[in-house]
Write a protein that binds this ligand. Structure first.
Ligand code: PLP
Length: 406
């Protein structure tokens, strides 16, 4: 949840008359939806797919309704479904896991690395069973999961890898954009994201066959180039609206400059925050380049801050005009995952959550990190150097002393 604050930082989203004009043009065109490939109505969804694909340096992109269905479509297209197990980080928004439940598969939660705050790739292999079909690599805060390490384990066990890039627009790992390391990468354009039209999502992937299959599943079972009323298999309607795509295109044009600034500022602010005793900013994974920086999380040592709670810490920052996002409660602790009978007919007996299995002691790292985390919202990273110094001073001031280590 985003904090309300009388912020000295740019309000999110950022828009101008160009965005208004783009949306107005769609309204005036009378083409309010994308139509079908070969018989397009509007052109914005099709153009946005090309532009986003080029930005993400991927081969194919299917624009969809939101980031949750993007994950569901990727899973379905890869043949992950009934009773299959999918391993993902315990520290993410519920959608990374509810999408797994949505395709009648079983999410299995992996504890995190205390420094990168990502799924601990050293722990994933012990969670693999004969029912495991895929990993979802969630690039929290835009920080890329160790895709080389995960890829090697996936290959060894014959598993698919989907990258949940909802926080990671523009992130790079070992020189390559995220989303193209696994079988498919999924994105969200929901209101708080660094690229947004209020809602929206996309799946990117390398192979045409997979992209076509994702398209078919997202558009009523249609096939590209075929008669409009031919429905070849089950497919829902997950299409992106034309008005949304028009807005995403103007937002995407603005994105690279914002992305550069967020990265420069994140480096500067991380260094200032890491110089405060008892503060440790999310450590970029080895091999990470630029990061999407949907959030900038840091973990604090309460003993160095007079025993302060994370809620009180965030509140103090909000009162000082610094916006924060609430950290995600670990998935194993959510009400829905304490109830191990989410869907009738699915065998959840292998799940490592539900009832007593959801005890925090079974997920020690994330349970500890969650209690001592603060997440700065991404618009903090669009401020000037003076504002960033102010953030570091306020963080230091949340402790007894306002001194920063030199
Ligand atoms: C990590 C992660 N994955 C998936 C999603 C789902 O995206 P959407 O809200 O567009 O469905 C979100 C949304 O916040 C997210 O944070």
């Amino acid at each position: 949840m985003k904090s309300e604050s009388n912020s000295r930082f740019p309000e999110w989203p950022i828009w101008d008359e160009g965005d208004v004009h783009a949306v107005e043009s769609v309204i005036r065109s009378n083409n309010w939806w994308c139509g079908a490939p070969g018989t397009p109505a509007g052109r914005n969804v099709w153009e946005f797919q090309k532009e986003f694909c080029a930005f993400q340096e991927s081969n194919h992109c299917v624009a969809v309704a939101n980031g949750t269905v993007a994950i569901e479509l990727a899973l379905l297209a890869l043949g992950v479904g009934f009773g299959d197990e999918v391993i993902l980080s315990d520290y993410t928004f519920v959608a990374s896991a509810s999408a797994v439940v949505g395709v009648n598969a079983v999410p299995v939660f992996c504890d995190i690395d205390p420094d990168t705050l990502l799924m601990d790739v050293n722990r994933v292999e012990q969670l693999v069973t004969s029912r495991t079909k895929a990993f979802i690599a969630v690039h929290l805060g835009g920080n890329p999961v160790d895709m080389e390490g995960l890829g090697a384990i996936a290959e060894k066990h014959g598993l698919h890898v989907i990258e949940d890039c909802a926080h990671a627009h523009g992130s790079r790992y070992r020189g390559r954009r995220v989303g193209s390391w696994g079988d498919a990468g999924t994105f969200s354009f929901q209101a708080s994201k660094v690229l947004t039209a209020g809602e929206g999502g996309a799946v990117v992937c390398g192979g045409r066959e997979l992209a076509d299959r994702i398209y078919t599943l997202s558009d009523c079972g249609r096939k590209k180039g075929e008669y409009f009323y031919s429905h070849y298999e089950y497919g829902s309607n997950c299409r992106m609206p034309e008005l949304e795509a028009a807005l995403l295109r103007t937002q995407l044009a603005r994105f690279p400059a914002q992305h550069r600034l967020r990265n420069e500022n994140a480096r500067y602010l991380s260094s200032a925050l890491n110089s405060i005793e008892g503060v440790r900013v999310m450590r970029p994974t080895e091999g990470a380049g630029e990061l999407g920086y949907y959030i900038l999380p840091f973990v604090f040592d309460p003993a160095k801050f007079g025993g302060i709670t994370k809620d009180a810490f965030s509140r103090k920052l909000n009162e000082a005009g610094i916006p924060t996002d609430d950290p995600y409660p670990p998935l194993h602790s959510l009400h829905c995952f304490k109830n191990s009978a989410l869907r009738r007919g699915i065998d959840y007996s292998n799940a490592n959550w539900g009832g007593a299995k959801s005890d925090d002691r079974n997920f020690p790292v994330v349970s500890d990190v969650y209690k001592r985390s603060v997440q700065l919202a991404h618009n903090v990273l669009l401020g000037g150097r003076e504002e960033l110094d102010y953030v570091a001073d306020c963080v230091a001031g949340c402790g007894h002393s306002t001194d920063r280590r030199s």
